[in-house]
Every structure is written in C-alpha cells, then in structure tokens.
Write a protein that binds this ligand. Structure first.
Ligand code: GLU
Length: 310
C-alpha cells in the first residue's frame, strides 16, 4: 500500500507553495491507488494555532484534496495526528536512541553554537561544532540525571549517507560536515522536528515523503534516524521551490500568495490548473479539478532544474 502525507505546520495560513506540495503529494498517491494522511505539525506550541489547523483543513477540502487519515478529528488508526498529542511516542523513541549510546547532553547556548560556527555558512545553516560531544561515546546506559536541563544531541558519524531522491536523483551528505550532531529534544523539553517527523512517518506507515527541496539535507538526517531505530525508510521526493518574479524563493513577505488572498481572486479550479501547469502535468494553465489530474499525473514531468516562477 502506497501511503503519502502532507504535514503542514499550523503557524499561519497556507500559501501557494504549500498547496503545490500538497497537490503533488496527493496526486502521487492517488495516481497509484494509495492513501493520504494529514498530519498537523504543531511542535512549536507558541506559534501553532488550532484555528490555523482548521483553516488548513478547510483550504484543502475547498481545493478538493481529501485525506483518508489524520487531521484534527483524528480519523484513522495511527492517531493522534497532531504532534502536540504524541509525546509518549517521541519519548519511547528517544529512550531507544539513548540506549544506543549515541546521545549526549548538551548545555551550549545559542551564543556558544554561533561562536564556534564556521563563518562561511552563508545559507543560515548552523553546524554544531561538537563542544559538548564526549571524547568517547558513553556506555549503553540511560543516566537521566546527566540530561537534566540539557538539550539531547545525537552523535553523527563522519561518513556519507547516500540516497536517491525521486526528483533530485542521487544525493550524498556527510552529516558530520553538513550539520553536526543534531538535537533530538531541546533543553526546554520541546521535541525536535527531525525526531518527531521520523517517528510519525514510521508509525503512520508512510511509504513516500513529498515536500520542498529545502528539506533535502533533513532527509539525510532522517535516514540516519530511521536506520538507528530499525524503521523502514520511505521514498523521498523533494520539489523545486516556487519563486517570485525576481527568481527568489517565495517567502511569506511576497504579496498575493497566502490562501486568504488567492481565494479572493481565483476559484479552486483556477488554482489547481495553475499549479498543475507549473508541475508540468498539463501544457496550459487551464482551470481543472485535482481529481481530473489523477490519471495523467507522472513524476517524470517534474525535474530538479525546473524554475517555477509565479
Ligand atoms: N512541517 C513542515 C513544514 O510545514 C513539513 C515537514 C515535512 O514535510 O517533513 O514545512
């Protein structure tokens, strides 16, 4: 059974880039008779809002993108489908990872991390320099006291993690060089995205992950976690990000891309038609329904060198 998912963070209204991801993921599973899960990624308790999650559901339904499992009403057997209700699953996974002996407590402040970060990291990525990393990996025991008031980091090896992305082809990352030991749980107790997403995708039986190409490196971090925890690794398909007319990746600051604005000026069929055209599914941006695209959808039409200007 093919199972895909859409995993929005309810920190605001969806924008057209989120809808593009949702549409491609939905078409990918529907074109092969698979199922689609809607997971609410509300780990950031301060910025996430119930009303935004409801609005995401309403926008998806308006666009004709239906889900078989998930959402705020917890439809299906793998709930709850909001990350804020899944602490016990993350805790169990964390304990499993701690038992490997590959985790360690870290008391570095943001300032410590920035101070030891290589200055050439111009893309904003923060690479952990390993200040708190023990000289030798600890014994396989869980000394919870050592972790009090600390973030929990995961040791990453200095070797390549390779995988084939359905759109971007062969990928290879060295986590030690590209991100450093990463956080599983923050000092304030908040779960890290990397841990939560792997636990959820694995326990929800997700077989393919479709999302924006800004998460390609995360896919390598996640594959490391899948293997450490003994889970099956899903397939990954990362999508080119939509750009504004100056060729820069769309950001929330760009006018006219939020669903609140888009819905004022376009019908659902017009939006779907435009996005299907950007995704190379139809030759012209004519209005259509998502359900009409199921039989003609093909991954081959989407390539990593596409520049999608909207
Ligand atoms: N929650 C993430 C976002 O809204 C998506 C993460 C994922 O698809 O793995 O950007």
């Amino acid at each position: 059974m093919i199972k895909g998912r859409f995993a929005p963070s309810p920190t605001g209204r969806m924008h057209i880039g989120n809808v593009f991801t949702a549409l491609m993921s939905w078409l990918s599973v529907r074109s092969r008779g698979g199922e689609w899960v809607l997971r609410i990624e509300d780990l950031d308790r301060q910025r996430s809002k119930y009303e935004y999650a409801r609005q995401i559901e309403e926008d998806l339904s308006w666009l004709g993108l239906d889900w078989d499992e998930g959402g705020l009403d917890d439809i299906g057997p793998s709930g709850p489908y909001s990350q804020s209700g899944r602490d016990s699953f993350y805790q169990a996974a964390l304990e499993r990872l701690m038992a490997t002996g590959y985790t360690y407590p870290c008391r570095c402040t943001r300032h410590d991390i920035m101070a030891s970060n290589a200055p050439h990291q111009s893309d904003g990525r923060i690479i952990y320099g390993g200040k708190c990393r023990p000289a030798t990996l600890p014994e396989m025991s869980i000394d919870m006291q050592a972790y009090e008031h600390s973030a929990i980091r995961l040791y990453v090896p200095d070797r390549d993690i390779s995988f084939t992305d359905r759109v971007y082809g062969p990928q290879s990352y060295n986590l030690s060089r590209d991100c450093g030991d990463f956080v599983l749980r923050r000092a304030d107790g908040a779960w890290a995205y990397q841990l939560a997403v792997v636990v959820d995708d694995a326990l929800m039986g997700i077989t393919e992950v479709v999302r924006g190409n800004d998460l390609l490196l995360s896919a390598a971090q996640q594959q490391y976690l899948y293997r450490l925890m003994g889970f099956d690794v899903p397939e990954f398909a990362h999508l080119p990000l939509l750009c504004n007319p100056s060729g820069v990746r769309l950001s929330k600051r760009d006018k006219g891309i939020s669903m609140s604005e888009v819905r004022n000026s376009s019908t659902a069929d017009e939006i779907i038609g435009r996005l299907a055209y950007y995704g190379g599914i139809i030759p012209e941006a004519v209005p259509c329904k998502a359900s009409e695209l199921v039989d003609i959808f093909e991954w081959n039409n989407i390539s990593s060198d596409m520049r999608i200007i909207i």
